[in-house]
Design a protein around this ligand. Structure first.
Ligand SMILES: [Fe+2]
Length: 250
C-alpha cells in the first residue's frame, strides 16, 4: 500500500483471502524475487542490502503477514497493518505510521503483470519496503513523518509531507561513498522503473524541500526526474526542517 499525493491512497483490488494463495501465485512471487534480487545488486543502498537478510524473506513462497509482523515487532517494535479490505486515505496512512504500523496488502499481481502492476501488490510492500523496517533508525524516522503529518494544519502541508515521503521512501536516490544508490521502494520493487531511473539522461537533483513539495508524483507512469538525499540522517533532517519551516513542532 502506498499513499499518493493526489489525495487518494492507491488501493489493491479486493481479491481472495489472506494467505489463500494458489501455486501460480507463489510462482509469480518466486519469479519476481529471483529477477529483482539480481537487478538491485550494485544499485540498491546499503540499508536495503543489509536489511534484506535480517528480514529473512523466503523468495520461494509468499510471505505470511502475521509471521513477518511478529518478526518486525521483535526487531523494531513495528507491526504490519492489514490494509487489504479497507479504504486508506492519506491521513489514515500517516496515522498508521505514527503508531508504528506499516500497512500492507495481501494482493499479488497476476502472472501476466510481472513487468508492471499499476497497483502496489505485496511484492512492492515486502520486497521494496520491509528490509528498511528492520533498522531501528529508519523505523523511527518513518514514525516521525507520521507524527509531523498529523500536526499539519492545512491540506497544503499534508500534500507537501506526502510528497517528501513519496520522493524519498518511494522513489528516492541516496548518496553513498560518492555514488548514487537507490533508496526508494517503488524503484527497488519495479524492474521497469528501476532501469528507467538509472538512465544517465534522467535528471537527478539534490533534494530541495520546496521544489519537491510542489511536485506531484506519478502514480501510473514513470517519473521524469528524481531527487537525491545525502543519507538516512538527511531523510530525518528533511522532515525536521519542514516541521520547523511550517511551525509544526510539538
Ligand atoms: Fe510503497
Amino acid at each position: 500500500m502506498s499513499v499518493h499525493d493526489n489525495g487518494v491512497a492507491t488501493q489493491a483490488p479486493k481479491v481472495g483471502t489472506a494467505g489463500n494463495y494458489s501455486e501460480e501465485d507463489h510462482e509469480t512471487w518466486r519469479k519476481l524475487c529471483e529477477r529483482q534480487s539480481q537487478l538491485v545488486q550494485g544499485v540498491a543502498c546499503r540499508e536495503f542490502l543489509e536489511g534484506m537478510p535480517r528480514l529473512g524473506l523466503d523468495f520461494t513462497r509468499l510471505p505470511d503477514r502475521d509471521q513477518m509482523s511478529q518478526r518486525l515487532q521483535r526487531m523494531v517494535g513495528w507491526t504490519l497493518a492489514d490494509a487489504q479490505n479497507e479504504y486508506l486515505g492519506p491521513t489514515e496512512w500517516f496515522e498508521h505510521l505514527a503508531a508504528c504500523r506499516f500497512p500492507v496488502t495481501d494482493y499479488i499481481r497476476r502472472p501476466h503483470e510481472l513487468d508492471f502492476t499499476p497497483l502496489p501488490d505485496l511484492f512492492h510492500e515486502y520486497f521494496g519496503h520491509l528490509a528498511f523496517f528492520t533498522d531501528q533508525k529508519f523505523a523511527d524516522i518513518a514514525r516521525r513523518y507520521g507524527e509531523v503529518y498529523l500536526k499539519a494544519r492545512s491540506e497544503e502541508q499534508q500534500l507537501a509531507i506526502a510528497r517528501l515521503w513519496w520522493y524519498t521512501v518511494e522513489f528516492g536516490f541516496v548518496r553513498e561513498n560518492g555514488e548514487l544508490k537507490i533508496i526508494g521502494a517503488g524503484l527497488l520493487s519495479s524492474p521497469g522503473e528501476l532501469q528507467h531511473a538509472l538512465k544517465p539522461e534522467l535528471p537527478k537533483h539534490p533534494f530541495d524541500i520546496r521544489r519537491v513539495a510542489a511536485k506531484p508524483g506519478a502514480a501510473y507512469s514513470y517519473h521524469d526526474e528524481y531527487f537525491i538525499i545525502d543519507s538516512v540522517d538527511d531523510w530525518r533532517a528533511i522532515i525536521d526542517t519542514y516541521a520547523r519551516m511550517e511551525g509544526l513542532e510539538a
